[in-house]
Design a protein around this ligand. Structure first.
Ligand SMILES: [Zn+2]
Ligand SMILES: [Zn+2]
Length: 110
């Protein structure tokens, strides 16, 4: 599970929908009391941002016309979490995924 935390409009369909699914998985793990320390230690997730990040991703999904029918809990997530690095994540996404890369590149040329 991973929260990329980059601007949702820079993500390809797979990565946008993938992060959205992973947010729900993360929320489910927390609600079931599963240990997510491994993800926290690697700086992959920040539970305090689950709700706001979910809103942000859903807004972009709706803008693109994707369906969303999975509300997420408003509360019950830890107030603090790992410190994520959106810029490093953007670079990683760009080196991993040719589709994200072309969107990111196009956004810089605007
Ligand atoms: Zn959702
Ligand atoms: Zn991608």
């Amino acid at each position: 599970m991973r929260m990329w935390m980059v601007s949702p409009e820079l993500m390809c369909r797979n990565h946008l929908l993938g992060e959205h699914v992973e947010l729900h998985m993360l929320a489910g793990c927390i609600q079931r009391g599963k240990n997510i320390n491994g993800f926290l230690e690697k700086g992959l997730v920040d539970p305090s941002l689950i709700h706001s990040r979910h809103e942000e991703l859903v807004r972009e999904m709706e803008r693109r016309g994707y369906r969303h029918q999975s509300p997420i809990a408003e509360t019950g997530f830890p107030a603090s979490g790992a410190c994520l690095d959106p810029q490093a994540n953007l670079n990683e996404l760009s080196s991993r995924c040719p589709v994200c890369r072309s969107i990111i590149k196009a956004s810089k040329e605007k």
